[in-house]
Write a protein that binds this ligand. Sequence first.
Ligand SMILES: CC(C)(COP(=O)(O)OP(=O)(O)OC[C@H]1O[C@@H](n2cnc3c(N)ncnc32)[C@H](O)[C@@H]1OP(=O)(O)O)[C@@H](O)C(=O)NCCC(=O)NCCS
Length: 170
Amino acid sequence: MSEADVRIEPLANADVAAAVELAVRVLRVKPGDRGEQFAADITGRCRQMFVAKANGQVMAYGRILKLPADEAGPGTPTGYYLSGVLVDPAWRGRGIGTALTQARLRWAFARTGAVFYVTGADNTASLRLHAALRFQEIKRFDSERSAVGVAVLSQLVRTGSEVRPLITKE
Ligand SMILES: CC(C)(COP(=O)(O)OP(=O)(O)OC[C@H]1O[C@@H](n2cnc3c(N)ncnc32)[C@H](O)[C@@H]1OP(=O)(O)O)[C@@H](O)C(=O)NCCC(=O)NCCS
């Protein structure tokens, strides 16, 4: 990330509306309960959201939250999951998704030894981004949330500077 004016920060109440607007504009979705979910990331003990800002404007965000077993998909373990990283298309390819993920990993590894994430088997950008951070695939499962009907569960384990899989691939 070369832009000196890009900052990664925990979400503040003043940023919630801009983060919702980003989701609506880029994902072409209705706001739904995103405002409430994002606000809960600020106050919740087991969840956090980070935003990337350029010149004070939110142009990316990434969330992390603790989920119970089977919440992210069938057979998924309880634990902290990266969730919903989104970078404005105009700002992609500059390391911002990676920086948001590193900020979430720093936050999570102060609380847990393993971080999980699920993405569609066709989401090459997401799979490469996380593989570059040494996430390892654990398993695949059928998922309606993926255009190809298959989702990938991956994990990063922290053992000091060492990274190793916690669960053996099936
Ligand atoms: C996935 C996403 C967050 C990546 O954000 P980004 O800021 O562009 O990512 P980065 O610049 O940090 O890229 C890091 C690495 O990811 C991979 N990557 C990113 N975009 C890619 C693309 N379009 N195609 C292939 N690989 C890609 C590359 O390996 C890249 O490293 P490199 O630049 O050295 O080649 C962004 O494309 C996005 O918002 N997508 C839509 C939402 C989404 O799919 N989120 C993930 C849900 S799990």
